[in-house]
Write a protein that binds this ligand. Structure first.
Ligand SMILES: [Zn+2]
Length: 136
């Protein structure tokens, strides 16, 4: 039996492009960047950054990969909804508010909580869909 441990760059890119298309964040700026996380939404510049560090990913990293991408896409959806500059203001306001309340600017940040819940709620259905399509 052949165990394909690594997911090819092509299949990884297919997953990313399907997700961006589905969540209609095509109009949001996307930038490829070498970084530790799979994806990151840059609130300051309104850019969805995707990591070039992992050309391929391992099968056991798929859950983390999907959860992260979907979490960051949620920020991009917010940015699209309000306009990225407005969203930047809202996000900064929320950070300052949490700090003023003696709480954590990220962990208690409502935009982070919503994005995290969205990622956790949705990764599995995409996992099943992509698996069915033979992408990993
Ligand atoms: Zn986030």
């Amino acid at each position: 039996m052949l165990i394909r441990e690594f997911i090819s760059e092509t299949n990884k890119n297919k997953m990313i492009s399907d997700l961006l298309k589905y969540y209609k964040v095509g109009s949001v700026k996307v930038k490829q960047k070498s970084m530790k996380d799979h994806a990151h939404y840059n609130v300051d510049t309104g850019t969805l950054e995707l990591s070039t560090r992992y050309k391929t990913i391992k099968k056991r990293q798929v859950e983390d990969f999907l959860t992260t991408i979907i979490h960051e896409i949620y920020h991009a959806m917010d940015a699209k909804k309000y306009g990225w500059k407005k969203f930047k203001e809202m996000y900064e306001y929320e950070m300052n508010y949490q700090i003023a309340m003696g709480k954590d600017e990220y962990d208690d940040n409502k935009y982070e909580i919503n994005a995290e819940n969205f990622g956790k709620k949705n990764w599995k259905k995409w996992y099943n869909k992509f698996k069915k399509e033979g992408l990993f």
